[in-house]
Each structure stands twice: as C-alpha cells, then as structure tokens.
Design a protein around this ligand. Sequence first.
Ligand code: ATP
Length: 305
Amino acid sequence: MSEILLQTIGLTKQYGHHKAVDHVNIHIKKGAIYGFIGRNGAGKTTCLKMISGLAKPTSGEIEMFGYKGKDLGRIRTRVGCLIESPGLYGNMDAYENLKIKCKLFGIHKDNYIEEILRVVGLSDVGKKKTKHFSLGMKQRLGIGLALVGEPDLLVLDEPINGLDPQGIAEVRDIIQKLRDERNMTILISSHILEELSKIATDYGIIHNGSLLQELTREELMSRCSERIEVILDEPEKALPILDALGFANYQVIDKEHIHIFERLSESAVLNMELAKAGIPIKGIQVTSEELEAYFLNLTGGAQNA
Ligand code: ATP
C-alpha cells in the first residue's frame, strides 16, 4: 500500500452552531493528485485552511509527514498553499513578488525565481505589473509563490475557478508537471469534478461539511463508466458486428441502447461499420457527462447545484 502523506482524523470546524467541517477523515497518498470536490459552501476552503495552518480545528487532528498536533509547526515549510486568491503586490511584477517571498524564506539562490517562473509558464511576462495580469496569470503566479521553498505538499484551493478553458488547461498542465517531475503531492479543490478528472488520481467528495466518499480514479471511472453510447432499434442486430470488430466489453442496456466500455476513440469507425452492415444508428456518442451527474446525484441532485 502507498504511504499516506496526510490524513485528517475527525477534523471539525464549528462557527457558532454551524459545523462548516464535520468529522472529516481524508487520506492522501504520497505522490497523489487529490481532488477535493464539493459545491460552494461545502467546507472545502475551511478544511484546506486547517490543513495549511491558517485556521485552528475545533476538534480532530491533522497528521502530515508523520507529525501531528503541536509538532506540525516543524513541517509547515514542507507545505505550500494557495488559498482563496493569491496575495499579490499589484504594483510589482511577477519576479518582484517572488523575490519578496524568497527573502522571507531566506532563499538567495541563483536562477531560483527564473525556474519558478518557467514552471508556471510566466517566463515571458517581463516587467508587467501583476495588477494588469489576467486571472489565469494571477493564479499561476499564486502557484509559483506556493512553490517557494520547494514544498513536498501543495494545497490549492479552487485554482481553476473562473478561468477560461485555456486557463484551466494551463493550470492542469502545471499541476501534472509538478507531480511528474518533482514528485509533489497535490491537494486541489474544485466544485467541478469534470475539470479535475483529467489529472486527479484520487478524490474526496465533501458535502455540507461531511466527507461523503473517498475513491480512486479507477473506482470513479468504473462507477461513472465512461463509454460509447449507441442508440439504435433492435440492438441485438448490431452485436455480431461488434464481435467481428473485436469489442468484448459492452452491454445491451435496453431496446434502444448499447453501452461500450472500451476503445472510446473508435466511435466513428464503429458508426461507419454499422452503417455499412445496414444497421441504422439513431445516435452514437462518447459520454463522460455521467461524471458530473454522479457528483450531483451524490450531493443531492442538480436542482441543488
Ligand atoms: P466556496 O467554494 O464557496 O468557498 P467551500 O466549500 O470552500 O465553498 P467554505 O468556505 O469552507 O466552503 O465554507 C463552509 C461553510 O462555513 C459555509 O457555510 C460558510 O458560510 C461557513 N464559513 C466559512 N468561514 C466562516 C467564518 N469565518 N465564519 C462563519 N462561517 C464561516
């Protein structure tokens, strides 16, 4: 079994009578990209603040790198975080913002800042003041700031919130790179499961302060069954064609639907072969919409989104 780098035990935060986080037990393996998913107000930020040492738990414990309680102070520098919006000095450029953080950390190495700028894709921003940055650039610089001190665990609170698809892809690439090249463990929250599904290796789903589920990517995918959906009359007529094409992992769902759980990139070929065999297709699509539906169902249906 992989080593657990971070776990919370009965982690709870109460504001007045309201439990923002209620006995949450999460388990994050070393090297994981852990997607922490929940709707707005579910308790994600509060949880991440406690993990990052920015808020004090009402009760429960956090154990990281084998340390807990008061001893956590000893390993704080191994955790880099970006919680809510990055605190940037608007009148300074990216380099200057990083330089301030490096000074605070007592880091004066050559090319240290240049390397961080490279990792977060901001090498070419020059002297542009950060107040003129796009949201995506600000978020990437926020990640860069969290990287100062070379943490082993990176905690990112909704870093893709409000970004356009390109901005989201850029942040995803950075996270994947940090994990692959630096073997970092990354805890990243989002209210959109789909947007983390390309990179997350594990998931925790939180709702109304409680952790509903923890599952691996494989478990999620098998529950959500990414698939080719074929809509047609008399599905059984298509089965010999599927067999001849070598498809083995499929299911006839009802009188109009076949679901195929493999070779998802081959839907066009399949469509053509079925047409050639004189089997009219009413519709064919690869669906992963189920992923979001899975999350919405788990957390009380789309009407509560
Ligand atoms: P969002 O994405 O909207 O920030 P979230 O999942 O991060 O959602 P939290 O910000 O952790 O959720 O908030 C969880 C609950 O705790 C919410 O009901 C929120 O109103 C409440 N809450 C958070 N911080 C405080 C605070 N300082 N005082 C009182 N209530 C708070």
